[in-house]
Design a protein around this ligand. Structure first.
Ligand code: ASP
Length: 592
């Protein structure tokens, strides 16, 4: 039906007859000449109909926005004054000769070029219209290019693309499962995979050696701004490979991707231990473009006459830390500092102490802050030296439980970096390594920091003896403050797997019930293996500079985990429920 895409026409097509198919982006009547901007996947071209072509001109007069047309015409140069440098096809236009209306369209629910004025819910309800916008199509095209490059990289490196089940059993990744009732097994449920973790490990037991899958995963979490209940992972696993090797493969995959898609040469990825990341940046996914650092000053504050500092400084689970902002004295207004105080309170900080360094050489008079009086001149001098303060700087403090200090100062660091435009480069990748095996839940019990199949860096005896000290052979790839992916070397021996379950308080019976198949498989010759997974949606979002993860997914869910276009999740009829032996009991409505 078509000879060319609209958006690719240029001067090389001059005087050629072309047949185009597409949607009416705009139609304008300029005193007897009709201009139609015709749009397809590749872009927009201007088509002109003049009254000479009477029958077609009349039809052109009838068309409205979003009508679907087939147009035949000749490509001609625009006159100099009508060249549009903002349009890829702006040097040419098509003189229309024939026009067929392939389909009419009702008045669109929103004007595509005025999409920002309608709420996102309208864009999502008419997603098929929203995706006609060239920026949206461009993001999906970029996504396709990214998956293509990744597939070909992995294929070249010997990884086999293998599908794993969607109807399965729970795989613990730390979130709630989506459940699917079984009709044939009354009262039993499938879980949708939170990741293909166990299956990819079993494929290693099978000897398939190198696996990958661009896999849909499902996690029923209370959604934070940029999470989706179903999302896509680039899931990878390999046998007879150590941590350095699998990290090198993943790093070269991402580097090649950036080179091919964005023409960006990423630097070699530094490796940073988790403990260092938390100490310096208060985060296990630090944005290294931001030069600000948290500096530990607990040792200086143990004996000061200021309980807010000395308390946490003496508490083994507490921390006192500082962030110095060079030149911050002039750059930050009182109002901004008050706003930062409110901001850190979101993360549990009870306040935000600060010192303005008016003269670094005069510790008696040159420091301005209500807290200075609590610090001896000796401590003041040591503090300035520790943070390498200069005159004109401002120093912020956090003193509390370590986790609160890390979270609040970590968040403040990010905010200061944005507000003061401190970022030093475009891309700053790194690996975070040496994660703890476990973290303490609020009830004091231990949970896996990654998942319970992650290999520890110590023996099973050491693990059981001091689980809180154990590190894992896990690694996360971080880019500009976003976790792109992560994984680990896995446990391949049954004794070690049982030791981990024991520390996690999973009884033998429970382990057998939930993961018996894995424990069995470990008995029958499981090779050493490891892998990782990347979040595709987040990767595309970063690479396309999209504002929201929803913009890089064709049909995303809303923040309340629903689809406003299909109205999913929806009610089902009683017959279906009866077949599934399910009776719905809604929570009692609260009296308002
Ligand atoms: N299954 C892990 C996840 O989904 C990734 C991995 O360990 O390979 O985060």
């Amino acid at each position: 039906m078509r000879s060319n895409y609209c958006g690719v026409l240029n001067k090389s097509h001059l005087d050629k007859d072309v047949t185009l198919c597409g949607w009416v982006d705009r139609r304008r009547d300029h005193g007897g000449v009709i201009f139609i901007d015709l749009r397809d996947r590749e872009g927009i071209v201007q088509v002109v109909f003049d009254p000479d072509t009477e029958e077609h001109f009349k039809r052109a007069d009838r068309v409205r926005s979003e009508y679907v047309l087939q147009v035949t015409g000749r490509v001609r140069a625009r006159t100099e004054s009508t060249v549009n440098p903002d349009m890829a096809t702006g040097e040419i236009e098509v003189l229309g000769k024939e026009l067929t209306i392939l389909n009419a369209a009702e008045t669109p629910p929103f004007q595509l070029d005025e999409h920002t004025q309608v709420g996102e819910d309208v864009r999502l309800k008419y997603r098929y219209m929203d995706l006609r916008r060239p920026e949206m199509a461009e993001k999906l095209r970029l996504r396709s290019k990214i998956t293509n490059i990744i597939r070909s990289f992995l294929d070249k490196n010997g990884f086999l693309d293998i599908e794993t089940p969607i109807l399965t059993r729970a795989t613990p990744e730390g979130a709630r499962d989506y459940l699917v009732p079984s009709r044939t097994h009354a009262g039993s449920f499938f879980a949708l995979p939170q990741s293909p973790q166990l299956f990819k490990q079993l494929l290693m037991v099978s000897g398939l050696d190198r696996y990958y899958q661009i896999a849909k995963c499902f996690r029923d979490e209370d959604l934070r701004a940029d999470r989706q209940p179903e999302f896509t992972q680039i899931d990878i696993e390999a046998s007879f490979i150590d941590q350095e090797q699998i990290m090198a493969i993943a790093e070269s995959m991402i580097s090649q991707l950036f080179k091919e898609v964005l023409q960006v040469e990423l630097p070699a990825f530094p490796h940073m231990p988790y403990a260092e990341a938390m100490a310096k940046y208060g985060s296990d996914k630090p944005d290294l473009r931001n030069p600000l650092e948290l500096v530990d000053i607990s040792d200086l504050m143990t004996d000061v006459d200021f309980k807010v500092f000395s308390g946490p400084a003496k508490d083994p689970k507490g921390r006192v830390a500082a962030i110095k902002v060079a030149g911050g004295n002039d750059k930050l207004t009182r109002k901004q500092i008050d706003d930062y105080t409110k901001y850190v309170s979101i993360y549990g900080a009870k306040g935000l102490a600060y010192i303005k360094v008016n003269n670094k050489d005069d510790v008696a008079e040159g420091l301005q802050s209500p807290i200075v009086k609590f610090l001896s001149e000796d401590i003041r001098a040591k503090l300035l030296e520790r943070v390498a303060a200069e005159t004109g700087d401002i120093i912020f403090f956090g003193a509390d439980k370590t986790s609160i200090v890390n979270e609040s100062l970590g968040a403040l660091r990010v905010k200061l970096g944005e507000d003061l435009a401190l970022l030093t480069s475009d891309w700053a990748p790194l690996w975070v390594v040496d994660f703890p095996m476990f973290e303490e839940a609020s009830d004091g019990s231990l949970t896996s920091l990654h998942h319970p199949f992650t290999a520890p860096a110590c023996s099973a005896e050491e693990l059981v003896k001091s689980p809180d000290k154990a590190l894992s052979i896990a690694y996360d790839m971080v880019l500009n403050g976003t976790e792109l992916g992560g994984g680990s070397i896995r446990i391949h021996d049954q004794t070690m797997q049982k030791a981990v379950f024991k520390v996690l308080g999973i009884s033998d019976d429970e382990a057998q019930e939930k993961f018996g198949f894995l424990l069995d498989a470990l008995k029958y010759g499981c090779p050493p293996h490891g892998g990782l997974a990347f979040g595709l949606d987040r990767l595309v979002m970063l690479m396309s500079d999209a504002q929201s993860i929803r913009d890089v997914i064709a049909f995303p869910k809303t923040q309340s985990a629903s689809c406003v276009m299909t109205d999913a999740p929806g009610l089902v009829d009683d017959k279906q429920l009866r077949e599934l032996n399910i009776r719905v009991k809604l929570p009692a409505k609260e009296d308002s």
